[in-house]
Ligand binder design. Structure first.
Ligand code: PMV
Length: 327
């Protein structure tokens, strides 16, 4: 067969964690120390086409029409090795990936990237995985990718080994007017990857054991807030949990910090808005960009406020998005 005969294209959207994943108990299998909970977003996605082809002498990888080499190539290649091993094939692959991000990136793409790659590569290799198996496979590329297999609110159940560590959707009609306003204050690559940062926190932060305990209750509390359609409790827990995660970076040895000056300005502005009666909360991942959590009714005011502060092009409004799809 030629490459186009068995080419499979999949689309996956990125997700924002409200209860964060920070630390692996098994780095090779990517088994986390804690569960986590996220919302899949409609605005940022990756579209990836994979075909296995016997005429190739190595894996060919392109992202946004640029041939990829070095570390990025290695990560995709390592992932394809897992797929080939599971499928029992030896063929090399063509991988063409496109990231759809409004303005100029800077938002987590590894989640959508590995979710789309897991779906496209496994199907191109003739495996017909169900969503739970896809979630387990995506997890091997990047932990947060296991949550992007599903749409809406998603919980990653930590498990203890490959077999039982996967994400599940939280089916709920509640909090459907939730909006995430992404403030892309910085597009540079982060100086410390989430992978390195987690490893440092796990091994050196004296607060790590406390984090593991606290996430347990944060998870229970946010699930009950979603169930009760209680936006105030939902937002409060999200903001607290994000700051608890960042306290692990400050308490590592050596210490590190993902915030910059704009991050602090945005955090202060969210608090100011909240005190003035516009209810909103912030969450921040392993980088300086801030995501504002709010409800549809306040999007206009919040968007205007941050457009004045950072410029229109830095502000993107997202709503709940879908799970992985094949084209
Ligand atoms: O999946 P990774 O290795 O990119 O780690 C993601 C880490 C955070 O974004 C900070 C938290 C999360 O749960 O997504």
């Amino acid at each position: 067969t030629t490459s186009s005969d068995n080419a499979v294209t999949a689309i996956a959207h990125t997700n924002i964690a409200l209860i964060k994943y920070w630390g692996k108990q098994n780095a090779d299998m990517i088994i986390p120390y804690t569960g986590s909970l996220s919302l899949t977003l409609d605005q940022f996605y990756t579209k990836t086409t994979v075909s296995f082809d016997q005429s190739l002498t190595r894996d060919n990888v392109s992202i946004d029409d640029q041939a990829v080499s070095g570390n990025s190539w290695q990560r995709v290649h390592d992932f394809l090795e897992i797929v080939r091993q599971k499928a029992g094939i030896k063929l090399n692959a063509n991988v063409d990936s496109y990231n759809h991000v409004p303005t100029a990136a800077g938002l987590a793409s590894s989640a959508s990237a590995f979710a789309a790659l897991a779906a496209a590569a496994s199907k191109a290799a003739n495996m017909n995985l169900d969503n739970q198996e896809l979630s387990r496979l995506a997890r091997r590329g990047s932990g947060s990718a296991c949550r992007s297999i599903f749409g809406g609110f998603v919980e990653w159940q930590k498990g203890t080994e490959d077999r039982n560590s996967f994400a599940v959707p939280i089916e709920t009609p509640n909090l459907d007017d939730i909006r995430i306003i992404a403030l892309t204050v910085e597009k540079q690559q982060k100086p410390i990857s989430s992978r390195q940062g987690m490893a440092l926190s796990v091994t050196t932060s004296p607060y790590y054991p406390t984090w593991v305990k606290v996430v347990e209750s944060d998870l229970q509390n946010i699930k009950s807030a979603i169930h009760d359609d209680d936006f105030t409790r939902f937002g409060t827990i999200s903001e607290l949990n994000a700051m608890r995660m960042h306290a692990l970076t400050l308490s590592s040895n050596p210490d590190f910090l993902y915030f910059n000056g704009d991050t602090l300005d945005a955090m202060n502005e969210v608090k100011r808005l909240r005190h003035s009666g516009i209810e909103c909360y912030y969450t921040i991942d392993a980088g300086p960009n801030v995501k504002v959590i709010c409800q549809a009714k306040n999007v206009k005011t919040i968007t205007e406020t941050f457009s004045k502060l950072f410029g229109n092009e830095k502000v993107t409004v997202a709503q709940p998005g879908p799970g992985v799809k094949y084209l």
